[in-house]
Design a protein around this ligand. Structure first.
Ligand code: HEC
Length: 307
C-alpha cells in the first residue's frame, strides 16, 4: 500500500515537471527572443586568402616584410609585440646588420635601470630585445586611448575568432553610421570617442581607423599600398608573429601522413605474412572440404542414396 502511494506521489511530480517543461517549450517556440541590435548588425569577417593557409601553406616573405613595415610605421604607435624579438626578423629575410639598425632606430626605447643611480630609465633597443610597448604602463595606455587598452598583437590572430580574416576585416571595416541606422537602433549609437565598426564584437571600438588612405606607407617592392593591401599584409604578418613555426608544423604534418601511409601498407603485408600459416590451417578438410563434398554428392546421386 505504502509503495503504491509512493508511486502515485512520484508520478504526480513527474507529471507536474513535464507540464511545466511543455509550457516553457511552447512559449519559447511561440515567442522566440528577438535578436538584439548588436546581433543583427554584427558582421562575420570577409574571406581572406593568404599564402600560409592550408596544409601546404608557406609564408610569403615579401608580404611579411611589407606587413612588418605597416606594423612598424602605423600599429606600433599603440600596440606592442611582446612575444617577438627583433632578431626573429631574420626569419623574414632581414640580415643581422639590418636587424641591428631596425632595433636601434626603433621609436620606443626599452625600459632599463641606470646602473649608477638605480633610477628607472630607457635605452635604445638591441636585436635581442622584444618589441616594446609604446606606453609606460596600462594606465598610460588607457589614458591615451579613451580608457581602452590596445592589446599586444603577438598572438592576436590566434586569440580572436576569425584569425587573420578578422584582423583584415576589422581594420578595413570602419563605416559611418547613417541617421537611418541610429533611428532604427538607438542603442548602438556610437558614443563620443569610439568608432563604428560592424566587425567588432560590440560594434563600437576605441581604436581610430589606423589605415585611412592609400599610400600611407611606401612599399619598396613596387606593390601598390592600397588600404586593402596594407591591411592584408599586416594581417599576414600577424599570422607569422602568432605562429612563426607554422611552416615546420605543416612540413612535420605532411611527413607524418606519408609515414602513416607507408606504415599502413607495411602493416597490411605484415598481417598477411603472420596469418598466412594460420589461415591455411583453418581451411576445411575431410568431410567439410567443399571438393570432398561435391564428390560425395555425385556418388550418392549415382547410387540413388538420399541425404
Ligand atoms: C591610436 C592607437 C592605435 C593604433 C595606431 C592602432 N590601434 Fe589597434 N587598437 C587600439 C585600441 C585602443 C584598441 C582596443 C579597442 C577596444 O577595446 O575598443 C585596439 C584594438 C585592436 C585589435 C583588437 C580588436 C579586438 O577584437 O579586441 C586589433 C586586432 C588591432 N587593434 C589591430 C591594429 C592594427 C593591425 C593596427 C595597425 C594597422 C592598429 N591596431 C593600430 C589602438 C590603436
Amino acid at each position: 500500500m505504502v509503495r503504491k502511494i509512493g508511486y502515485l506521489v512520484g508520478f504526480g511530480f513527474v507529471l507536474a515537471l513535464l507540464l511545466s517543461l511543455w509550457s516553457n517549450v511552447k512559449d519559447a517556440i511561440a515567442n522566440p527572443t528577438p535578436e538584439s541590435a548588436t546581433e543583427q548588425l554584427h558582421k562575420e569577417p570577409r574571406p581572406l586568402s593568404l599564402a600560409s593557409d592550408g596544409p601546404f601553406g608557406r609564408f610569403d616573405r615579401a608580404q611579411l616584410q611589407r606587413g612588418f613595415q605597416v606594423y612598424s610605421e602605423v600599429c606600433s604607435a599603440c600596440h606592442s609585440l611582446k612575444y617577438v624579438a627583433f632578431y626573429d626578423l631574420a626569419q623574414l629575410g632581414y640580415t643581422p646588420a639590418e636587424i641591428k639598425k631596425i632595433a636601434s632606430d626603433w621609436k620606443t626605447e626599452v625600459p632599463t635601470v641606470n646602473p649608477d643611480t638605480g633610477e628607472a630609465s630607457t635605452r635604445k633597443a638591441l636585436a635581442s630585445d622584444h618589441f616594446p610597448s609604446p606606453f609606460a604602463n596600462e594606465t598610460a595606455a588607457r589614458a591615451a586611448n579613451n580608457n581602452a587598452l590596445p592589446p599586444d598583437l603577438s598572438l592576436i590572430t590566434k586569440a580572436r575568432e576569425g584569425g587573420a580574416p578578422y584582423v583584415h576585416s576589422l581594420i578595413t571595416g570602419y563605416a559611418a553610421q547613417t541617421p537611418d541606422l541610429v533611428r532604427k537602433y538607438p542603442e548602438v549609437k556610437t558614443p563620443t570617442g569610439l568608432h563604428y565598426n560592424p566587425y567588432f564584437a560590440n560594434l563600437n571600438i576605441a581604436m581610430p581607423p589606423p589605415l585611412t588612405s592609400d599610400g600611407q606607407v611606401e612599399y619598396k617592392d613596387g606593390t601598390k599600398p592600397t588600404v586593402d593591401q596594407m591591411a592584408k599584409d599586416v594581417s599576414a604578418f600577424l599570422v607569422w608573429t602568432a605562429e612563426p613555426k607554422l611552416e615546420n608544423r605543416h612540413r612535420a604534418g605532411l611527413a607524418a601522413i606519408v609515414f602513416l601511409l607507408f606504415g599502413t601498407v607495411f602493416a597490411y603485408f605484415a598481417y598477411r605474412t603472420i596469418w598466412a600459416e594460420a589461415k591455411r590451417k583453418v581451411q576445411a578438410k575431410g568431410p567439410l572440404d567443399p571438393e570432398h563434398r561435391a564428390t560425395m554428392d555425385k556418388q550418392k546421386a549415382e547410387h540413388g542414396i538420399a541425404g
